[in-house]
Write a protein of this length. Structure first.
Ligand code: AGP
Length: 599
């Protein structure tokens, strides 16, 4: 999730771009760059780290420009460094591009361009766009060459480009990554999000997938790749800046809950390819895996517990899951042919780092599932699988959790295929369901207001119980963690079969019990657990995927193994609305930090 800002108009714009990038830093700040048009030339400046580092460079150069593009990067392909930062103005000094998203087919495009003599400088997928434009400009003007380029790329993108020989013109394209036009009286802005230009205009055009934009000084046209005009509404945005940063949502947590279909889609996109390309292991190495250690903290630990069921059910290998803070005390007789997997959103959790060091000392191969390119854990790992969900701002982890499950579920299914535990047909059938996840998640998101009403019924209670069995047991733990960490209320998750061995004693009249009741082998047992606690006065709220119309939070059914990823979204909403009703600081709850960098 990067930030793009562009401008063409009557105002000197280097400061406009820099200020706009600063307002998009919540989208990523590994590095930043700007390309400024001046006297039919493009001058590009870049700096690693925060936008203020770029600002110092721009101030020193004092370049007067009226047309420019800028970018603040959240690394997805290639580590955070100057050569990988945008704008990409390296293939030729007359073309410069910035990109937010993932070009799915960049590898074959890059190979074809290299065969034609193009020399690539960076490790990014984005650079291929600049080379394609250069190639297409050999036979057509900038507008047509840009449209031709967009027809050639596949994936999610918001792209803006400059061509020095057509000064004052910016070409841009939008597909699945956000891009908004800001229409000011003295120029036109283009940005990933409204906050970038809100200080200059509140007239915003939210571009749609497939839109191409041509900006020339203070005018703009919107058309498709066949140059057919696309009429788009000019909206008056009445958000203040902070609300705009949250995309109009009240909290980052709610915004990030709603971003989950997009982050799951972006993560799934990067899991296509051969086993070795995606998971960094040859088939031969995969066949040698006799077991898996999964180590993490908090929400990432719950994701690891979910993965355990997937690996045991499908890959049929033994799995050991441990919290990182406990792992380091374990006197484990490590099995050398077990794979060690660390899961971490931030990549900076001290306990998990310590556990990885223990594993490396024991000679284990270390794989990590992480959201931050270049973080400590990724640098310690032999292999890193990235969750592509962009910066997760809210302390309570939501989109990172479901993206971790996407990665781990994909790994489990692919490992099962590699080990011959699944036939290709069985794998294809299961994986096609996994790829339906973004659409299925949207159906759960539509339960938002119903869950808000349920939260209103119970937010004054003092104790909350969450029950689940098998692969839903980790979701019971995660639901309890979400609630306690942002509402400060007491909440506990239990394996439902365990409540008769003690925990049922805490049930009183009106105690809310959230029960995860997937259809299939677990359903009958879970329903009887619900009866047991109801008989003792509990107020049971079921999360179900069956067609039963009984009072419950209904989520869609696709395959049993997807119930944990879908049901957790309902519990995220539940925790969120209770915390809001309790008047808590949802995004920055007391006593907590987004990344626990101390042991
Ligand atoms: C989750 O909502 C919490 N913020 C916390 O448990 C978190 O998951 C844990 O600290 C691990 O962080 P990591 O994924 O960045 O390693």
């Amino acid at each position: 999730m990067c930030g793009i800002v562009a401008y063409s108009g009557k105002k000197e714009c280097s400061k406009l771009i820099i200020d706009g990038l600063k307002k998009l830093e919540y989208r990523g700040y590994d590095s930043a760059g700007i390309s400024l048009e001046k006297d039919n030339e493009i001058i590009t400046l870049k700096a690693v780290g925060r936008v203020e580092n770029l600002e110092k460079l721009v101030k020193k150069e004092e370049i007067q420009s009226f047309c420019a593009i800028g970018h603040t990067r959240w690394a997805t392909h290639g580590k955070p460094c100057e050569i990988n930062s945008h704008p990409h103005n390296d293939c030729t000094d007359t073309i410069s591009i910035v990109h937010n998203g993932i070009i799915e087919n960049y590898a074959p495009l890059k190979a074809e361009l290299e065969r034609k003599g193009h020399i690539f400088k960076s490790q990014t997928d984005s650079e291929v766009v600049a080379h394609l434009i250069e190639e297409n400009l050999k036979t057509q003007d900038f507008t047509h060459a840009f449209c031709q380029t967009i027809k050639q790329v596949r994936g999610a993108y918001a792209i803006a480009a400059l061509y020095a020989k057509e000064p004052g013109k910016i070409m841009a394209a939008k597909n699945q990554s956000p891009l908004v036009l800001g229409v000011a009286k003295d120029g036109v802005f283009l940005a990933s999000d409204v906050p970038a230009f809100l200080a200059h205009t509140n007239k915003a055009i939210f571009l749609e997938d497939g839109d191409i934009v041509q900006i020339e000084i203070s005018t703009y046209k919107i058309f498709n790749t066949d140059l057919k005009a696309q009429p788009r509404k000019v909206n008056e945005v009445n958000w203040d800046f902070t609300t705009a940063q949250k995309g109009g949502y009240k909290h980052f947590m709610l915004k990030e809950i709603y971003e989950q279909p997009r982050s799951a889609q972006d993560t799934l996109r990067t899991l296509k390819g051969s086993f070795e390309q995606v998971f960094g292991l040859t088939k031969k190495e995969a066949k040698k895996i006799k077991g898996v250690y999964l180590v993490a903290c908090g929400t990432a630990y719950h994701a690891s517990l979910c993965a355990k069921y997937m690996l045991e059910d499908f890959a049929q290998i033994p799995v050991e899951v441990e919290t990182a803070s406990e792992f380091k005390y374990r006197k484990i007789a490590f099995c050398k042919d077990w794979l060690f997997i660390a899961v971490s959103q931030s990549g900076e959790t001290a306990d998990t780092i310590a556990a990885i060091k223990n594993a490396k000392e024991a000679g284990l191969k270390v794989m990590s599932v992480c959201n931050v390119v270049g973080s400590t854990i990724t640098r310690l790992s032999d292999i890193t699988l990235y969750t592509h969900c962009g910066p997760e701002i809210s302390v309570a982890s939501t989109k990172a959790f479901t993206s971790q499950l996407v990665v781990l579920y994909s790994f489990a299914l692919n490992l099962a295929l590699a080990l011959g535990r699944l036939t290709q047909t069985e794998f294809d059938n299961l994986y096609s369901s996994l790829e339906k996840l973004p659409e299925l998640m949207k159906e759960v998101l539509s339960q938002d207001s119903k869950i808000k009403e349920l939260a209103k019924e119970v937010f004054t209670k003092k104790d909350f119980i969450f029950l689940g069995r098998n692969s839903s047991y980790p979701i019971a733990l995660e639901g309890a963690l979400k609630l306690k960490e942002i509402s400060y209320l007491h909440a506990e998750g239990f394996a439902a079969g365990e409540i008769k061995h003690g925990p049922i004693a805490v049930i009183e009249e009106g105690t809310p019990v959230l029960a995860l009741v997937p259809q299939g082998v677990l359903e009958e047992k879970m329903l009887s657990n619900c009866q047991e606690v109801k008989a003792r006065g509990a107020q049971v709220i079921m999360i179900r995927d069956s067609k039963e119309k009984a009072k419950a939070i209904h989520i869609p059914f696709e395959k049993e193994f997807l119930f944990p990823i879908l049901s957790v979204i309902a519990l995220q909403f539940f925790a969120y609305y209770i915390a809001v009703l309790k008047g808590r600081d949802v995004d920055r709850p007391r006593n907590l930090a987004k990344s626990v960098t101390v042991e």
